[in-house]
Design a protein around this ligand. Structure first.
Ligand code: ADP
Ligand code: ZN
Length: 561
């Protein structure tokens, strides 16, 4: 069938089966790519309408389609929505009784039903793979495809095996969707899943109807009540880091007369279902949740999303705030963060069982989130620039509406930029700031950086000042972190202009005195060691250092401790 005929059929399905007049965002282009038999990767904001992009080709095709989805509730919703439109689809997941799973599979195998939803681990089981090899599968759909990448913020081991799909089914096409993946994650997906050969569609992730604001945490209870008092008849989600905090916030809000429920993985399944149902139907209901809540909830009129703790990454943050205002109407987001959150997030990263290079990347991601929090610039600009998108001032964020007081920091910026330049754009912030402040760190002496003209030119400011200043420069786009080069801080084109005095740099006043613990990732957590053991560990580390010096004199400074 010619592509123009296929396109016409697709439009018919959009209008007749789904009842929509026209395509949105890049739906048309993505559907055309899939219909033309291309492997396709699409990045679209939440609520843009990813599902139709694969459902329409699946309906038109005579071959079978397999949709891989990470969440049972997502599968249930999608299958129910398709069935409501008169499209037959089945699912297999662990919540279904055995008989229902068998019958789903038989209906799919016999060709009675063309579309099946599966979890990644079900799909990649030996039995299913062997059976699928005997069938004609046209399309594999991977929803939330960023979960494939270890560089992503939400890696799931179950997704790992999907990289074998291309080899196992060379004749089938793959299409992947995500609403959140930075460049490194995208490249990783392209390499691992698509073997580098894929058409990529990136829609703007901008959600102009969402207002963005960030408050430093002073008294969260007052801050919360101030925000909610003027939004009394609205539904919203409040995200917290811990289960305990969700309970605490919920009781506090109920006491204040708000209609709030807690939601977290520790609650009974039925309780969670009830909370979700009330939320879906009730006009004014607040759910206080851990991040477990919200994925796959298609409630169009969530009017606000509040974070009471720093989220884990820019990706997580943008996905979570993205749950507000799916109907396109004005909605508000508020992040209340304290520097104590930073310590917690660093510790979560430190304690995770990821390999060190991924932990390192997570820490850099957190650095970016911090620079987003600290920016005096339009927040939307900074947020979108993380996903390599440009935008103008939005007039819908706190910084646009209430510009913070700015100080001319051009000379300070030039000191910082010169230091980065003179040290070869090769180092992370710790080393750069050490050079700037004239520290006697071993690495500086080894590299001969104490001989540079920039050595110590910034010693009138504290380390904490420079850290915040550097993050602002980063947020402004004068600096970038090169993740491929182990997090080296590098100068961008506009940074060069500041260095050459062609561009001024204004910075937001830095009043907070950051403490060491807040800024640094905790290196050693020796909580289980007694005094004797601590002394022993110290001696051992000293010994290791001595041995390292003797055996590998040129690279011993690579030892971090
Ligand atoms: P997401 O991208 O978050 O997965 P969905 O596929 O769930 O988004 O779609 C979000 C909502 O938009 C759904 O209610 C869907 O029916 C609706 N939708 C999708 N495409 C269109 C369209 N072309 N016109 C109007 N509404 C659409
Ligand atoms: Zn703005």
């Amino acid at each position: 069938m010619s592509i123009s005929l296929l396109n016409k059929k697709a439009l018919d399905v959009l209008q007749q089966t789904f009842g929509y007049q026209s395509y949105r965002f890049k739906q048309k282009e993505i559907i055309e790519s899939v219909l033309s038999g291309n492997d396709t990767l699409a990045l679209m904001p939440t609520g843009a309408g990813k599902s139709l992009c694969y459902q329409i080709p699946a309906i038109i095709s005579s071959k079978k389609t397999i949709v891989i989805s990470p969440l049972i509730s997502l599968m249930d919703d999608q299958v129910a929505a398709l069935n409501e439109c008169g499209v037959q689809a089945v699912k297999i997941h662990s919540d279904l009784p055995y008989e229902a799973r068998i019958s789903s599979w038989n209906n799919f195998k016999s060709g009675k039903v063309k579309i099946i939803y599966l979890s990644p681990e079900k799909l990649m089981s030996e039995n299913i793979i062997n059976e699928l090899k005997t069938m004609e599968v046209g399309l594999f759909v991977i929803d939330e495809i960023h979960c494939v990448s270890k560089w992503g913020h939400d890696f799931r081991p179950d997704y790992n095996k999907l990289s074998e799909l291309k080899t196992l089914f060379p004749k089938s096409n793959i299409v992947g969707f995500t609403a959140t993946a930075d460049k490194t994650t995208r490249l990783d997906i392209v390499e691992n899943i698509f073997n580098k050969n894929v058409r990529v569609f990136i829609s703007s992730l901008d959600r102009p109807n969402l207002s963005l604001s960030i408050n430093q945490k002073t008294n969260w209870k007052n801050q919360l009540v101030d925000f909610l008092n003027i939004r009394k008849m609205q539904s919203g989600i409040i995200y917290c880091l811990s289960r305990k905090k969700t309970e605490e916030v919920t009781s506090f809000l109920i006491n204040k007369g708000f209609n709030a429920s807690a939601y977290h993985a520790g609650l009974d399944g039925q309780v969670r279902k009830n909370v979700q149902n009330t939320f879906m139907t009730d006009q004014a209901h607040i759910v206080v949740a851990t991040i477990a809540f919200g994925m796959g909830i298609d409630k169009p009129d969530i009017r606000f999303v509040i974070h009471l703790n720093l989220p884990g990454s820019v990706e997580a943050y943008s996905q979570e705030i993205g749950r507000a205002g799916r109907d396109g109407k004005a909605s508000d987001t508020l992040l209340i963060y304290g520097l104590d959150d930073l310590v917690i997030q660093r510790k979560i990263t430190e304690d995770s069982d990821k390999e060190s290079k991924y932990k390192f990347y997570d820490n850099k991601r957190l650095d970016y989130l911090l620079s987003y929090c600290e920016t005096p610039e339009c927040r939307r600009k900074v947020l979108l620039s993380y996903f390599d998108e440009n935008s103008d001032n939005c007039n819908n964020c706190d910084n646009c509406l209430n510009p913070p007081s700015l100080i001319d920091g051009t000379i300070l910026a030039q000191k910082l930029l010169s230091t980065i330049y003179k040290t070869g754009q090769f180092f992370g912030q710790v080393h750069i700031i050490n050079v700037l402040r004239g520290s006697e760190d071993k690495k500086i002496i080894d590299k001969g950086h104490h001989n540079l003209s920039v050595y110590g030119i910034g010693n009138d400011k504290s380390k904490e000042f420079w850290q915040s200043f550097l993050r602002q420069m980063l947020a402004y786009g004068h600096l970038k972190i090169n993740f491929q080069k182990y997090g080296a801080i590098q100068i961008t084109n506009t940074g060069v202009e500041v260095l050459r005095n062609k561009l001024k740099f204004l910075y937001k006043d830095i009043p907070i005195k950051l403490t060491k613990e807040m800024v640094k990732a905790p290196k050693y957590l020796n909580k289980d060691l007694n005094t004797e053991d601590t002394a022993l560990l110290k001696n051992l580390k000293f010994l290791r250092l001595e041995i390292a010096k003797k055996t590998k004199p040129t690279c011993f400074h690579g030892f971090s401790r």
